[in-house]
Design a protein around this ligand. Structure first.
Ligand SMILES: Cc1cc2nc3c(=O)[nH]c(=O)nc-3n(C[C@H](O)[C@H](O)[C@H](O)COP(=O)(O)O)c2cc1C
Length: 232
């Protein structure tokens, strides 16, 4: 299996990381090109078997959140993900196209359909992003699941104590304390955020002399990533 060298390095570095594992920073711009950045958790690497060197990075979010509107307002839906792996002294800046899969009822208005050969490959084998969304929702912890049952993130509150009224945990069907209304409400706000990388700037500060390599995705068959060595 021919994987992307930057992706093999990222996975190896993430395994060595301790503490805030899998946390990255996600940059977006709004319609006025004002930049925004925030932390997110990398939940998975989605790889189609026929395209092992073209991984999709999977994160999750709340569909009501500003970053979704920002990504939608960017015509090419470009974002940049930043990873700093302290354990290995490596930085990865992964620029790519975002796709967003909310609940099917919201997908026309709020979703961003993935375009290009990776999504086409998944589509041709009948892959259903809704199944993946439900799987990811059930994989997160009950406390985390409750975060999608709050009022609109970023909207004003009268007092911090308003939060005491919100559900603290959301159990899955069949678990003790399951409440169908809360579960469905949280699931309704939950969305997948995928990044289809097109350029990766990889800096290795753990080696002397330091190294910096740019990986540029090639749209044609053959070598999928052109590597350019850069001054660090
Ligand atoms: C360590 C850490 C991990 C986070 N992970 C996520 C995440 O996976 N998804 C998410 O939507 N927000 C996550 N957040 C919250 C975001 O950073 C951000 O505050 C929130 O999503 C609002 O984003 P926006 O207003 O820029 O859209 C995380 C925050 C921290 C500090």
């Amino acid at each position: 299996m021919v994987t992307a060298r930057w992706h093999t390095a990222l996975k190896r570095a993430l395994q060595e990381e301790e503490g805030m594992k899998n946390v990255f920073q996600l940059a977006t711009t709004d319609v006025n090109t004002t930049p925004y950045v925030r932390s997110n958790v990398l939940r998975d690497h989605i790889i189609h078997p026929s395209l092992p060197s073209l991984p999709l990075l999977l994160a999750t979010t709340d569909i009501r959140i500003p970053k979704v509107t920002q990504i939608k307002s960017n015509p090419s839906h470009r974002v940049e993900a930043h990873f700093w792996i302290e354990a290995t002294n490596e930085q990865f800046r992964i620029s790519g196209r975002a796709a967003i899969y909310p609940s099917p009822e919201l997908s026309e208005q709020k979703g961003i359909e993935g375009v290009g050969e990776v999504y086409d490959a998944f589509r041709s084998q009948g892959w259903n992003w809704e199944d993946e969304r439900r799987k990811q929702f059930d994989n997160v912890g009950a406390h985390m699941r409750a975060s999608w049952c709050r009022p609109v993130p970023g909207s004003p509150m009268n007092s911090y104590s308003d939060a005491e009224k919100w559900p603290v945990k959301i159990a899955r069907p069949g678990e003790e304390g399951y409440d169908a209304k809360n579960y469905e409400e949280a699931l309704g706000h939950f969305a997948l955020l995928l990044i289809d990388p097109v350029e990766v700037d990889y800096v290795e500060l753990g080696v002397m002399p330091n190294r910096r390599t740019k990986f540029v995705r090639q749209e044609s068959d053959g070598e999928r990533w052109k590597e350019v060595i850069l001054v660090p």
